[in-house]
Design a protein around this ligand. Structure first.
Ligand code: FE2
Length: 625
């Protein structure tokens, strides 16, 4: 006699009134089909129901179970969310079959031990994996990211403070502080390190030819004790260049043409260890129509120049840093994982929790945000055609090293600047993920050859390269993996992107953007071409209309709030790994994360504007909003 436990998911809709049947499959053959007794509460949400079934032969070691659903009486067939099945054999051996997904008609669930397929894998399991992937590929056909699919008072504001009328309907801990300090140069600069777009800034060793900043211009900022040449040599000069935004078509909103620009901003790490802007050119092309604005200009000239930079930063942040480099990447990982890795594969077990809700939120983004008449069309300068152009240009610049945090920091020359909390917190989390992934990989792959010869894993990596990176070899993104070390790095990148990176560029949106002048969604006047003419009135005319502002603020409010049933980084309530060792690796990972979290929380207590976005207790496991 075999003893079974069948567990239904806990969501309200998880249960079913269908008839369920089961077949046990072992190395010596399979059982007959056993109908599980039908009682109203056997498969309701949260039920774990026990059954006994008698099999007249020895099935040997169990490989999988097959579940079938049929209509009960005249009731329609309804989907069932199955958590797992366990089977205790007559000799007492326990087998676990984790599923954690919906069943519509039937499902084959392999035994829970993660298995990398080799020539010695039992033919029954080989067949099951082929069948599973065949079905999934059919339902996840067409990987193309459809960029074409991406894509209410109409007055200007009369008084800047009125913007608070909109944002005060919703409040976050920091949005009030931002509205008070947004004009400070030190705050402006600190956002490149600890704001919502912390991956653009890079060290500047030579002033770019198209940004002719002179010693004389920046002398008042740098003071008498140093000069630009010296500070360049000391590694204290940094550049924020919005080149990728050049040539992106601008929207028309409320019947008015909007304006975009690709500014360049030079920054200096001063002796107080603050990063402050020292020169801004609101164009890629120098000339008399594009003066270089300086902190020594009139207050309004300088404020407007900074607003232009913030406006470009908003677009680049949302379209490149946020949408492309987290949401769309995670979507590629999600579809490739579903199509190429069967559920018994240990890498499927490792990654799938980090892809929860990604397709759902991206479908929402396509219709409500970047789709026709969505938020972008209504309120952003990149709406009505700009997004696909910007995405394409941004995509051409995505490299493997820019996706891997340690390489990215190095590549931008940002290893040594003080108070770069995105870097400091991020590196700790990267290391924790890397050590967890490394434990898992070395447990399942005992040699580099096993990695090289795993056809399912290689197909997964190849599909991501082909469909996600359009086979662009110059990106440096791997198209095959030959060693355990390269696999560890790749998986660390995948998990970090889907969790920590997304949190860093998503969770603070309301904090930084609800005070609209700190991140205008569009600009209604062209960049100023002369100094000394800007007034508060011209600034208000240049900022988004009342209705665009409202759309922007309510959107960033929605996007800053994670789903109700959150799963934090490293939380795996679905027990897909059934073996003890990987379960211990998970515990260790959780301990490491909780130590990092404690450190960050302690540090944040001392800060005027804390940096909570990479506190592991605040990071969602996947891209879900
Ligand atoms: Fe997001």
């Amino acid at each position: 006699m075999y003893k079974l436990k069948v567990a239904t998911g806990t969501d309200l809709a998880a249960g079913t009134c269908n008839n369920l049947s089961i077949v046990l499959v072992g190395v010596h053959g399979e059982s007959e089909v056993h109908r599980l007794p039908h009682q109203w509460n056997n498969f309701i949400a949260g039920a774990v129901t026990e059954f006994n079934i008698t099999v007249n032969k020895d099935l040997g070691e169990l490989l999988m179970v097959r579940l079938y659903m049929e209509r009960y009486l005249n009731f329609p067939l309804d989907p069932w969310y199955c958590n797992y099945v366990t089977v205790t054999c007559p000799k007492g051996q326990l087998y676990q079959f984790p599923l954690y997904q919906w069943i519509l008609k039937s499902e084959e669930i392999p035994e829970g031990k993660g298995v990398v397929i080799t020539k010695n894998t039992h033919p029954v399991l080989q067949q099951q994996r082929k069948l599973e992937l065949g079905i999934k590929r059919e339902t996840h056909n067409g990987l193309e990211i459809n960029l074409n699919g991406f894509s209410v008072n109409t007055d200007s504001w009369h008084i800047l403070e009125d913007i608070k009328l909109v944002s005060s309907l919703r409040r976050s801990q920091y949005s009030d502080i931002v509205s008070k300090i947004w004009k400070e140069d030190a705050f402006f600069g600190s956002q490149y390190l600890n704001g919502i777009n912390p991956t653009l800034i890079k060290k500047c060793v030579k002033i770019p030819g198209n940004f002719p900043v002179t010693e004389q211009m920046v002398a008042p900022s740098l003071g008498a004790s140093t000069n630009l040449q010296k500070e360049l040599q000391n590694g204290h000069i940094f550049l924020a260049d919005y080149e990728v935004f050049q040539g992106v078509p601008a929207n028309t909103i409320n019947g008015k043409p909007q304006y975009s620009a690709a500014p360049m901003c030079l920054l200096w790490k001063n002796p107080q260890n603050q990063l402050v802007p020292i020169a801004i050119q609101i164009s890629q092309i120098p000339g008399k129509n594009f003066p270089i604005f300086l902190p020594s200009d009139s207050e309004y000239d300088w404020v407007l120049a900074k607003i232009w930079v913030r406006s470009a930063d908003f677009q680049l942040h949302e379209v490149d840093t946020h949408l492309l480099r987290t949401h769309l990447l995670a979507e590629v990982f999600s579809i490739a994982t579903t199509r190429q890795l069967p559920m018994g594969h240990p890498m499927y077990k490792l990654i799938i929790p980090h892809l929860r809700y990604t397709l759902e939120i991206n479908a929402f983004a396509r219709t409500k945000l970047i789709g026709p008449k969505g938020v972008f069309d209504q309120a952003l300068v990149t709406g009505n055609g700009g997004v696909p152009v910007l995405l394409k240009k941004a995509m051409a610049e995505v490299t493997y090293s820019s996706l891997c945090l340690p390489d990215d920091i190095k590549g931008r020359g940002m290893e040594h600047i003080p108070n770069y909390l995105y870097r400091d917190d991020g590196m700790k989390i990267w290391a924790a993920i890397e050590s967890f992934v490394s434990n898992i990989i070395n447990y399942y792959y005992t040699s580099d050859e096993m990695v090289k010869e795993d056809p399912e894993l290689q197909a997964w990596v190849a599909e991501i390269f082909k469909e996600g990176f359009l086979q662009n070899k110059s990106s440096g993104v791997p198209y095959s993996l030959g060693t355990r070390a390269s696999l560890i790095k790749y998986l660390t990148m995948v998990i970090f992107r889907c969790s920590a990176q997304h949190a860093a560029v998503n969770s603070g949106q309301f904090d930084f953007y609800s005070w609209m002048p700190n991140g205008p969604t569009t600009m209604k006047s062209p960049p100023p071409s002369t100094k000394g003419v800007t007034t508060m009135e011209t600034i208000l005319e240049a900022l988004p209309d009342v209705n665009s502002t409202t759309v922007g603020i309510s959107t960033v409010w929605v996007l800053s709030n994670e789903p109700m049933d959150r799963r934090r980084l490293g939380e795996y309530p679905d027990e897909r790994f059934t073996e003890k060792t990987p379960q211990q690796f998970i515990k260790k990972f959780q301990q490491q994360l909780s130590e990092i979290s404690k450190c960050i929380q302690e540090r944040n207590k001392t800060m005027r504007l804390p940096y909570p976005y990479l506190d592991p207790s605040q990071i969602e496991n996947g891209v879900s909003i």
